[in-house]
Design a protein around this ligand. Sequence first.
Ligand SMILES: C[S@@+](CC[C@H](N)C(=O)[O-])C[C@H]1O[C@@H](n2cnc3c(N)ncnc32)[C@H](O)[C@@H]1O
Length: 711
Amino acid sequence: MGNNKKYVELLWADKYDKYEKGKKISVDRPNLPFQKVETINKPRLKELEGGIFESSQIYPEEKYPENYPKDWKNKLIWGDNKLIMSSLIKQGWAGKIDLIYIDPPFFTGADFTIRTKLGDERIEKEPSIIEERAYKDTWSGGIASYLKYMYERLVLMRELLSDKGNIYVHCDWHVSHYLKCMMDEIFGYENFQAEIVWQRTLGHHLASGMDVMTDFILWYNKTNNFIYNQQYQSLSEEELKEKFSFIEEETGRRFTHEKLEQTSNIYSKGEVRVIQGKKVISNVGWRWTQETFYKRLRENPYLIFWTKEGRPRYKRYADEYQGRKLGNLWTDVAPLFSGSDERLEFDTQKPEALMKRIILASSNPGEIVADFFCGSGTTGSVAEKLGRRWIMSDLSKYAIQITRKRLLDVHNSMDLEVENQLKKKYKKCQNCGEKVECGEEWEKVKKLYKNPARPFELSNIGNYEIIYWEKKEEEYLKFMLKLYQSQQLEGFKYIHGQKANRCVHIGPLNAPVTMDEIEKLIKECNANKFKKADILGWEWSYEVNELGKALANKNGVDLKLIQIPSVNEIKSALVGFDLQLLKIPDQIIEKELSKYIKFPEVAYLELKSDINNKKISLKITDFQLSPTAELAEIAAKVKDSRELIDYWAVDWDYDNETFHNQWQSFRLKKEPKVEYETSHNYKERGKYQIMVKVVDVFGNDTNKIIKANLK
Ligand SMILES: C[S@@+](CC[C@H](N)C(=O)[O-])C[C@H]1O[C@@H](n2cnc3c(N)ncnc32)[C@H](O)[C@@H]1O
């Protein structure tokens, strides 16, 4: 600051180590590995099978944009974006991203209810507190902790941006003023481009004061050599009528007219032009040569408008008008309404038209577009359809699940190339005068994208906690027991704790719980007269759910296999506390965290397989979730427990590392059902490991490996 009297800066608690002459607290930059969870090379076009496309059809490589590498896989990453971004930077991604759009959670108390259909019945589930927290703003430190959270992330985003890159930050009145100051500081006042005002609602007429009808999108770039492609805004019907107020008798086309004579063309003053057979002299000067007149009139014989005074002017038609040069006031991007085709039951979902405008303006085909707060995946869906590469992340597993399905079903979404022309033409439904999407008219004319998504992969960000705990077994056990709200027990080898009358065993950090471990625990239970046991595990070996329970049953022990929630989930519950998992004070674990974290029992998945020559058929014959409060809320509506499956996928040749999704079936808004059977033809006989991944309607994963021997 020195003696600079013009110096201005936004301050918040914890920005500096002390207020006066302090040093800025630096942003943590961990480098964690990405664990690939699923690779999706062949999104399946369910509806188009057996007709236009083969089920194995993938996006044709010859249709890739020129600079789109053929081996590129788009990226969907589950985890805290701070860890994701700092790891990306450390792993060589600095300066590689051309466009970042983010729509972070801010100070609103929006509803995050999951709305879905089970069988034929609709259900609404109140948000699990974890998701609600990840979305909402229970910022324990008020606005200061929010600003710290955003500052750390925006600094990382700037590093990821390429020199020609752009960033758009979507926010509302609660924080836009703070974020603008902050972005001036991070990106430079000179790199501010626009504060876009998006009219996101027509008003609610509920508030006693003024309705809040707008959001803000702050647009900055990294250098002054940034990508910008001019965009145009379409006019409203009234504006169009006003601007193009004449109608051509012969064709019915709307037009306005422009002059053909102007003084700056003085060289042609006094010259004659033959126009539609008439000889006309200009005392001013002509804009067009005689050849241009001939050429244009050959293309369109009605092009000339004659004034009452008999002067010629040329017509500009409404149907050829690109629109008004885009300004920063966006009133022409309609919000999503409940019946809209795009709507995905994700409350903060933004319209594709909004993202289309940003992506077209600030990136070119083949370039990389990122959204680190992706929610329902609007940015990726639009980037995919416009031939851009994409990277998306979210902390909520519900958001990741919605995004994964959205991309797998992208062929069924609107074709963005034609959307505008169609919408312009069919602006109102002819039946009811409502917006186009309302009626049959729209159903008849709308065009779907029809291409599958290019390959993408789903990853998880590794976490420090696991690495840290690896060397500190005692601390790990203590933390888990506390989170599970159980008490530690000393003097046993396999029994680590007790919860009410059940003993508790905590499975290993980086390995699946095995049958051997279960057997030893059961022996210890028998020797110490424990009749009930809970085993907490991150992963489970082959068939332990069935075999382990059978063994326990035989030995008179009531055994439950309990899934430890992923570290991401535990952390989602901490958004707003802005705390690190390893530094959380005990009382927060006890009073806050353990209240919100759910430990579900491992689901029961029964598969039937049939081998016929080189063909294997698979059928899900049973899927049971253990009773929970969430399930009890909807249990009455579930006729077949398999209806609780939201998504399932198969890797026919699982390599024990990454799950290669080779077939999938999932519920869609239009068709909320999965198929229960599938089959696969192997090229070669042999022994195969098949992995089946099931995600239930609450977003929990159940995996099962089966072995097949094709003799
Ligand atoms: C407003 S929503 C985004 C909506 C999105 N634009 C759409 O069209 O669907 C914000 C998202 O940020 C996610 N989020 C919040 N904190 C996060 C963090 N630290 N890392 C990654 N995602 C986070 C939330 O889970 C939520 O899905």
